[in-house]
Ligand binder design. Structure first.
Ligand code: AGP
Length: 370
């Protein structure tokens, strides 16, 4: 159901939604960055200062793309707020019954707010006395109503079955939550200020990443007949590899595996041959050189390499066959930028293969059955 949402001149909702990201990220941040106290503010979390200080663990749960944003959130919250985080598939959490500390906050992450497994996981943890919160796009949806409080994404309607703008908004909200929790603990005033500045740079950086579109289309032409793809990234961009692979699977029906780049040598490297492209997410940052070494390993085995790299990295062309350059932001925010060309790549490959981009086979926009 597209309601009365217009395509606004775009050929598909997915492409329109990819292009809306500078604006949807801006909307996720609107009114939530507090310069005076160098923190984030959330109207709907409903946490008392006492509850806030006593949080011992945060559980992030969701399905599919929303589970990938949870993985990004795990890095952000653990690094910036030093609170232990567990990421759980909602469909597993509801049956796994893990022991949880008394002061555990459970966040259900969901675009639609109607995913049956996420709703059930929140209900089950709430029944056990944990505080449940929703990070959700659709206002007044079932999950938004079932939770004790939450944060809306304000991304606007997402019609394409493949989630794009909801994902970057989820990551952005999780970064603001990391700021919020961090400022009640170890993060300094200056640290909070710096993070706010970095967050404010995101819409422009994503806008810049969208200018890769034409180049990404050329890369798509080169590889659209592949039957297997590897997506490899490390640390903050390991979830980006999973998300890029999921996007490709969903709408182009090409088999793709996302892996932490260093895990490759423990198995997936056996898949590498001249017909299996490997897409590396390798922006500047702590693990850059290690990922470059992983790229060398693939190259030595004759595998074609596509790299998503920083705008000013002089070493990539020597190894990669195709280089897509994105602007640099603070490294733990980089996934919000690096995912953009991966969304575009899946879009163009699906189009070239004649697939129905907005309504891929076998998939529904929200999965309301178990
Ligand atoms: C995303 O591209 C998928 N269509 C799917 O994985 C989706 O993210 C998942 O079903 C969860 O949906 P939700 O965010 O609405 O809960």
């Amino acid at each position: 159901d597209t309601g009365d949402v217009s395509l606004n001149g775009f050929d598909h909702y997915m492409l329109k939604e990819i292009y809306e990201q500078p604006e949807s990220i801006r909307n996720a941040m609107r009114g939530r960055l507090d310069d005076q106290d160098a923190t984030a503010v959330f109207g709907g979390l409903n946490l008392t200062p006492q509850q806030l200080r006593s949080v011992e663990r945060i559980v992030l749960t969701g399905c599919g793309t929303s589970w990938h944003s949870a993985l990004v959130g795990e890095y952000l919250i653990e690094e910036l707020a030093r609170i232990p985080v567990s990421v759980e598939y909602a469909s597993e959490l509801r049956y796994r019954n893990p022991p949880m500390e008394n002061n555990t906050l459970v966040f259900g992450i969901t675009q639609s707010g109607e995913t049956a497994d996420t709703l059930a996981a929140l209900r089950e943890t709430k029944r056990k006395g944990h505080r449940t919160l929703a990070i959700c796009n659709v206002v007044a949806s079932s999950i938004a109503q079932a939770a004790d409080g939450g944060v809306y994404l304000h991304a606007g309607p997402e019609i394409g079955v493949a989630s794009t703008k909801a994902y970057t908004s989820q990551c952005c909200v999780l970064a603001m939550l990391a700021l919020y929790f961090g400022r009640t603990r170890h993060m300094s005033y200056e640290g909070g200020k710096r993070l706010i500045e970095e967050l404010r740079r995101l819409p422009a950086a994503v806008q810049q990443a969208l200018t890769t579109d034409e180049q990404v289309r050329d890369v798509a032409k080169k590889y659209c007949n592949a039957t297997n793809f590897l997506y490899l990234g490390r640390q903050y961009n390991f979830p980006t590899a999973l998300e890029g692979a999921l996007k490709l699977k969903e709408i182009s029906y090409i088999h793709a595996e996302g892996y932490p780049a260093a895990e490759m040598k423990h198995g997936p490297i056996a898949l590498v041959d001249k017909d299996t492209p490997s897409l590396f997410i390798v922006p500047r940052g702590t693990t850059h050189d290690k990922v470059m070494a992983n790229m060398e390993e693939v190259k030595a085995r004759g595998g074609p390499i596509i790299a998503v790299a920083s705008h000013d990295d002089p070493h990539i062309e020597a190894i990669a066959d195709d280089v897509i350059r994105v602007p640099s932001v603070q490294e733990f925010l980089q996934p919000i930028v690096t995912v953009v060309p991966l969304q575009l790549l899946s879009y163009h490959i699906a189009l070239l293969r004649g697939c129905d981009v907005d309504k891929p086979r076998n998939l529904a926009k929200s999965v309301t059955v178990e």
